[in-house]
Design a protein. Structure first.
Length: 748
């Protein structure tokens, strides 16, 4: 191995690349080799107590966070493993560059957001007295995790190594980590089931998470699929209230099952067991909605924190494979009384089926403290973090992104301190997204003072933001009512107001880690990766959470964030980020009870078409090149079919198809004669009995109307020309107001 030794002045005049690249060298799942390449980096300095220290904030998002130990860059990626076996790692490197007389500050640790990082002093721990390089290991691995039908692991690289006694810094240029799975030794989180995901959507999920997945060129984590089935768990007292919500989800194409606590059991353990069994039997499960407050349907506690807070978790119910925290399904909660839940149901139905016109959904709000410089994700202060997100949102097409920042930060931030009234005005004028990053408590954002009292005064009917709160206790709903709950419960003059959904922590929140969730969510909203688009509220939130878990793979605080960040609302709701436009569609007006093929055409590519009857999904398809074909089975009922065409940022098309009967009737006894059959030029219809006001129609087997004649009189013979009609099987329907006869006709 080679060492390059630079000293003093020359060392920091040279240019080092700051980006890190991970690449698969060997892709066998039981013997993977991954390289990490460090490029050149421009040295940056910061002064603390008149001493100049190295500042890595320009080269990394994430630092080692062991309190009192040197704070150094680290980088993580994930790979897919064999389904069974004990996992180990072997590490090698090509070369390193060494620098002398370097000062590096210690980490303040993973701080909670009930403190100001600037007021926390630097403490030089025992590592600064040890004549050895820290952190010592060039790469480490996490415990293996299971994500639905795959098993993976996160690999974390530490290319920067520092000896605090000799003040030497080494930057390793090429590190290779060999991840070995010994399949004859028992490992952690082994896969002991044979189920494979049946939907191809999961393939894009895995390709975006695992560096070694086929055709994968990205190492960014987006592992939670936002299509699939839904399970609603509810006390029986809420079943009538939530039924319109369930009906709509089925109509839209989400198979939805309702289970009451009588069926599941009323303890967290019993509910989890029921969900686990349901998931095992229904591998397309993607969403869980819990109905009621904690007292009605319990949250789960992982225990207590060092601050004696209970780790209340709803995401626990979606962790259904292995002992890790990676979610297999997305969990949301409708927290409140039946009256509150009715407001939530009405809001979701309006938001998805008939949103208020205008551009309110292209406006966003950012509220942030001025604290955290050097300690936040990417070393950013809270307001700098949100200002960066603002730039990306505006670049995507957001028309307004309000800045409400602590202090006077220039730009679009007004001088002085933001107030609750300023935030309320912005919400009432319309906003589709609210990011908060700062201090908080159960009932308020500390920056601005916006609180539950402020929510109670909102009048934003029809314009509902998605609220993402990086703050302490905004989601603490056990033993009280949280700010996030109030956002989803709010009604004004008997109609919904407030937020479409709100995410908040049930405990004191970590400082840096959840900022990565906001970063990743913004990337998903602006669709920076066209191959990985997530459009549901739950898809945006939970995929961003997993990105945070991967980025901070070695930090215990990231696990707490995953456990205790609670999603209040429906995770399947499609997020609105563009001005709503209508979907137009066309389809047959009727189909016979024997079923058949139906063609639906639409102006909206990739829209989802669902045909249902009596709250049962009959067929789903996607619009491709303006059309989709769906096969309808034989129908037991003559109730109309519902045709729903939906897509994100669109107002759905909702239509019906009538169901007609086939077979003998007393109408046929009037002795209609239809000939010739097969027909080439004409179809003749005759009867010994005269009729007035007949309707005569010819349909193809897709239900499309080929000939339609209304109010026809038949006293002897009627001829229908079929010249020019394509050869094939058709249905001739003769009807009046009370009776109908259908004949199969072959045209040649």
């Amino acid at each position: 191995m080679n060492k390059v030794n630079f000293y003093l002045f020359f060392a920091f005049m040279s240019v080092f690349t700051y980006s890190q690249t991970q690449k698969i060298i060997s892709s066998k799942r039981n013997n993977l080799t991954i390289s990490n390449t460090s490029r050149d980096y421009n040295a940056q300095k910061k002064t603390v107590n008149n001493v100049s220290y190295e500042d890595f904030s320009q080269i990394t998002k994430v630092y080692t966070m062991q309190k009192g130990a040197p704070s150094l860059p680290m980088y993580s990626t994930s790979v897919e493993l064999s389904k069974k076996g004990k996992v180990s790692i072997e590490v090698n490197y090509d070369s390193y560059v060494e620098y002398n007389d370097v000062n590096i500050l210690p980490s303040k640790g993973s701080l909670k957001r009930n403190v100001n990082p600037d007021l926390i002093p630097y403490e030089f721990g025992k590592e600064y007295t040890e004549n050895t390089f820290y952190p010592g290991k060039l790469a480490t691995i996490s415990d293996p995790f299971i994500l639905r039908s795959t098993r993976g692991i996160s690999v974390t690289y530490y290319p920067y190594q520092y000896n605090p006694v000799t003040k030497k810094l080494r930057i390793y240029k090429n590190i290779t980590a060999r991840v070995i799975t010994s399949e004859n030794e028992e490992g952690i989180n082994e896969i002991n089931f044979n189920r494979e995901d049946s939907n191809s959507d999961y393939e894009s999920v895995y390709q975006n998470l695992y560096l070694n997945r086929k055709n994968n060129t990205r190492a960014v984590a987006h592992p939670v699929r936002d299509r699939g089935e839904m399970l609603v768990i509810t006390p029986s007292t809420y079943t009538t209230t939530i039924q319109p919500f369930v009906n709509w989800k089925i109509e839209k194409g989400i198979k939805t099952t309702v289970a009451t606590l009588t069926q599941t059991g009323s303890t967290a353990t019993a509910i989890k067991t029921y969900i686990q069994n349901f998931y095992n039997a229904n591998p397309n499960l993607a969403f869980i909605v819990l109905v009621g407050d904690h007292e009605n349907l319990p949250s789960y506690s992982y225990g207590t924190t060092s601050a004696s807070e209970s780790l209340w978790s709803d995401s626990y119910y979606g962790q259904l494979a292995g002992t890790d925290l990676f979610p297999e399904v997305m969990v949301g909660r409708f927290s409140g009384s039946t009256t509150n839940v009715q407001t939530m149901v009405n809001r979701i139905l309006e938001y998805e089926t008939n949103p208020l016109t205008g551009n309110w959904m292209t406006k966003a709000i950012g509220i942030a403290s001025n604290e955290g410089a050097g300690n936040g994700d990417e070393g950013e202060a809270d307001y700098v973090h949100l200002r960066g997100l603002r730039t990306k949102l505006i670049g995507y097409g957001y028309t307004t992104v309000h800045e409400f920042y602590q202090g006077s930060q220039g730009g679009a931030d007004a001088a002085g301190e933001p107030t609750a009234a300023m935030v309320s005005t912005a919400i009432n004028q319309g906003a589709g997204l609210i990011n908060y990053t700062g201090h908080g408590d159960q009932s308020s954002f500390v920056t601005s003072g916006f609180s539950t009292t402020s929510v109670n005064g909102l009048t934003n009917t029809g314009m509902y933001p998605f609220v993402i709160s990086v703050a302490c206790n905004n989601g603490t709903f056990v033993g009280g009512t949280s700010l996030c709950e109030e956002f989803t419960r709010k009604a004004y003059n008997g109609t919904p107001a407030g937020a479409i959904a709100a995410c908040g922590s049930s405990i004191l929140m970590a400082w840096a880690e959840p900022m990565q969730t906001q970063d990743e969510m913004t990337e998903l909203i602006i669709r920076s990766d066209a191959l990985n688009v997530r459009t549901s509220l739950g898809g945006l939130f939970y995929n961003s959470q997993v990105s945070m878990l991967e980025t901070y793979a070695q930090n215990a605080s990231s696990k707490e964030v995953m456990q205790t960040w609670v999603f209040f609302g429906d995770p399947s709701t499609e997020f609105r980020s563009k001005v709503t436009t209508d979907i137009t569609a066309a389809h047959p007006a009727s189909i016979t009870q024997s079923g058949g093929n139906i063609t639906v055409t639409s102006n909206t590519e990739k829209a989802t078409v669902c045909i249902s009857q009596d709250n049962v999904i009959l067929a789903t398809a996607e619009i491709n090149s303006g059309t989709s074909s769906l096969t309808i089975p034989a129908l037991a009922s003559t109730n109309p079919l519902k045709v729903t065409v939906s897509k994100d940022n669109k107002k759905p098309y909702r239509g019906t198809i009538n169901v007609t009967t086939l077979g003998l009737s007393d109408f046929e006894h009037k002795t209609f004669l239809v000939y010739p059959n097969p027909a080439s030029d004409f179809i003749n219809i005759s009867s010994a009995t005269s009729f007035d006001n007949l309707n005569i129609a010819l349909f193809d087997t897709n239900g499309r109307t080929i000939i339609n004649k209304e109010n026809v009189s038949l006293d002897a013979n009627l001829s229908l020309p079929v010249t020019g009609i394509a050869s094939g099987l058709y249905l001739l329907e003769i009807s009046n107001n009370t009776h109908k006869s259908v004949f199969k006709i072959q045209v040649k």
